[in-house]
Each structure stands twice: as C-alpha cells, then as structure tokens.
Design a protein around this ligand. Sequence first.
Ligand SMILES: Nc1ncnc2c1ncn2[C@@H]1O[C@H](COP(=O)(O)OP(=O)(O)OP(=O)(O)O)[C@@H](O)[C@H]1O
Ligand SMILES: [Mg+2]
Length: 231
Amino acid sequence: MALIAMSAIVKDYQMGETVVHALRDVDLTIDAGEFVAVWGPSGSGKTTLLNLMGVIDAPTQGTLLFAEQEVARLSDDQQTELRNRSVGFIFQGFNLIPVLSAMENVMLPLQIKGVSFKKASETAMQRLAEVGLDNLAHHRPDKMSGGQQQRVAIARALVTDPSLVIADEPTANLDSATARKIIALMRKLNEKENTTFIFSTHDQRLLDRVERLIRLEDGRITDRMIERRAD
Ligand SMILES: Nc1ncnc2c1ncn2[C@@H]1O[C@H](COP(=O)(O)OP(=O)(O)OP(=O)(O)O)[C@@H](O)[C@H]1O
Ligand SMILES: [Mg+2]
C-alpha cells in the first residue's frame, strides 16, 4: 500500500520580494515498510520534502495522500491527530525542549497521547537505553553533546511506535560505533514492525543501508529509484 503519494507537488517560500522554489513538480510514492533515503546537495529541498511527508507543512500546489487520505481535506486538528498517531519526527536541529530532561523529552509524545506517567516513564527509559543514554536520562539537553542530543531526539521519535519515522540527517552527529548501533536499531524496527523510515542524509554509513535512494536537485527528483543492494 502507498503510505505516501505525492503528485505534482510544488513548494514555494516567499522571501520578501522573491520566491524560493523549494520543490518543483515532485511525483513520489513511498510504500508502507520502505527504508528509503532522500539525498541531494544542501538547499535541494530535502527538509522541505520531509516536512510535507510528515504533515508538518503544506504544499503550495499538488496533491498529497497520507494512507490514502488527502491531507488538504483534513482539518488542522485532524492533521495534528494524524501526526501524533502515526509519525515520529527526528528533526535536523533536534528540536528538544531545553527545560526538560532527556527522559521528560522522550516521555512527552506518550503523555500527549494520554499514556499514564508511570507507563510513559518506563517506556521512555527503555528507549533511552536502546540508544545508549539511560545513564543521562535526567540531564538537560544543554548539558549533552550534539550526538547525545541527537540520540534523545531519536528515542523521542521512536517512543510511540509510530508507523512512519521521518528522520532528517539522523546520524550526522554520531561517531561510527554509535551510528552503526542506531542504524541497526532502526533497521530492526523496519524489519520486525514494518515501520517505514524516510531519511534525509549525506551519511555514507546510512546510504549504504537503505533500499532506495531518491535524489533531489534544485527541488526536483533526478534519478528516481536507484536500487541498492539490500543486506
Ligand atoms: N522557511 C523557509 N523560508 C524560506 N525559504 C526556505 C525555508 N525553508 C527552506 N527554504 C529554502 O528552500 C530551499 C530548500 O531548503 P531545504 O531546507 O529543504 O534544503 P535541504 O536539502 O534540506 O538542505 P540542507 O542539506 O542544507 O539541510 C533552500 O533554497 C532554502 O533556502
Ligand atoms: Mg535539510
């Protein structure tokens, strides 16, 4: 089943007098259970594309279907509900809440869903352990390295067991051993739970592990579907 179907998607940003054409006429389908990366130079539109697929932003033109529903026809509340229910987002800049500890950051998506404090803290702690950070659970993000903050952001995105994880450069700040571990964790979720993963990345360590590469240049898809060796 197509989890995401984009047709003739255009995204323009108005910058004062000028218009930035971030995405130009993008047609793209992502099936449930894919493990796929978007790759392209800085400014090519990767983050813009991910934000549309995660229903964080709306296209200027074109049609976006999420699980066969036309997103533009949903109300703001319905879009928020869809995001909270189905999507885990790992932002390029992490977007952690600075006044909350690592554990409180990871608990938050569960609490928003109405999970009890006890259950949320247990689940958050498990996820932090999986990314190797249970020892820093009570630290605030500003006391952590970039790589540690990135791992908190990863734990937060995975904590609700979303059917779709959108990850914007999720391994950029990680050393080799940690990157390997995190990629293996995501791959395992993909294989065991059929969780769909959509990455934006320049990281060869991650590019080598994806099943499909979508190449963006100047807001357009250039080489669609270069099949890669799956292992
Ligand atoms: N909120 C915004 N307002 C105006 N222009 C924007 C905005 N967000 C992105 N852009 C512009 O849209 C284009 C695509 O940006 P985008 O962030 O999607 O690229 P990217 O491929 O993710 O780049 P990077 O590899 O540096 O993260 C760029 O020209 C960028 O300057
Ligand atoms: Mg980006």
